[in-house]
Design a protein. Structure first.
Length: 133
């Protein structure tokens, strides 16, 4: 089992994956809670399902798709929605709207720092980012 190691002077928040990008003005992500659970499909203890409850506040002038939410680790690994959420009809959020939703993501484990990221399209430009844990 791979375990993270501590390096003297290493600051994970200094990585590109932890830095703010050119975000969409007026778009806010607020993580209200999160929890890790065992993967119900594989029962793999190294691959956990991370449930993220988030409030998305769109005070921008753009329409955003909540299906473009991803989790990104401090190691810059990206995690898409878990299979349980793929069948959901996730809303598009128009200007001036707010939506609260809980979504599952399959991640590598509890020991990494994770960020919730909203992109303009899958793997496209980053519109907003907030820490999860």
């Amino acid at each position: 089992i791979a375990e993270p190691i501590s390096l003297p002077g290493f600051k994970p928040l200094g990585l590109d994956s932890a830095k703010n990008k050119d975000h969409l003005d007026g778009l806010g992500l607020t993580v209200t809670s999160h929890k890790f659970e065992e993967n119900p499909v594989t029962k793999d203890k190294n691959g956990l399902v991370l449930f993220v409850s988030v409030t998305v506040n769109n005070d921008s002038k753009s329409l955003v798709k909540l299906s473009n939410l991803q989790v990104v680790s401090e190691m810059n690994d990206s995690y898409d929605l878990f299979i349980a959420a793929v069948g959901k009809n996730l809303p598009r959020l128009g200007p001036g709207k707010t939506q609260s939703i809980t979504l599952p993501f399959l991640v590598d484990g509890k020991k990494l720092k994770y960020f919730l990221v909203l992109r303009n399209e899958p793997n496209g430009k980053e519109l907003a980012r907030t820490p999860i844990n």
